[in-house]
Design a protein around this ligand. Structure first.
Ligand SMILES: Nc1ncnc2c1ncn2[C@@H]1O[C@H](COP(=O)(O)OP(=O)(O)OP(=O)(O)O)[C@@H](O)[C@H]1O
Ligand SMILES: [Mg+2]
Length: 77
């Protein structure tokens, strides 16, 4: 049986609880080319929300790029 619990960020097509106000606000900022900083304690859904916004933007014809600096390694020489 597949694990029914999603452990990582929620994929754009998966069920998503609430966040309709935040989605609307972030869409408005994105469409106005505004920079936004999302902050919260860990595991509050920042990445899932960001990916959802990006998916809606792509559906509307925007190009969305997701960069995860945590995946980068610094080289110190
Ligand atoms: N709107 C939502 N509905 C249901 N589950 C959610 C929702 N948003 C996030 N989750 C769940 O909460 C967990 C944390 O989500 P996510 O990874 O997006 O949080 P985060 O704030 O980016 O975490 P971190 O601070 O570790 O980067 C995930 O397991 C995800 O499945
Ligand atoms: Mg995250």
């Amino acid at each position: 049986m597949n694990n029914p619990f999603v452990l990582g960020a929620i994929p754009p097509g998966a069920p998503f609880c609430n966040r309709s106000k935040e989605l609307k606000e972030l869409m408005s900022y994105s469409e106005s080319n505004a920079n936004v900083v999302l902050y919260s304690p860990r595991r509050y859904g920042k990445t899932s929300l960001t990916k959802r916004v990006q998916s809606i933007l792509v559906d509307k014809g925007f190009i969305a790029i997701y960069i995860d600096p945590q995946a980068c390694q610094a080289r110190l020489n």
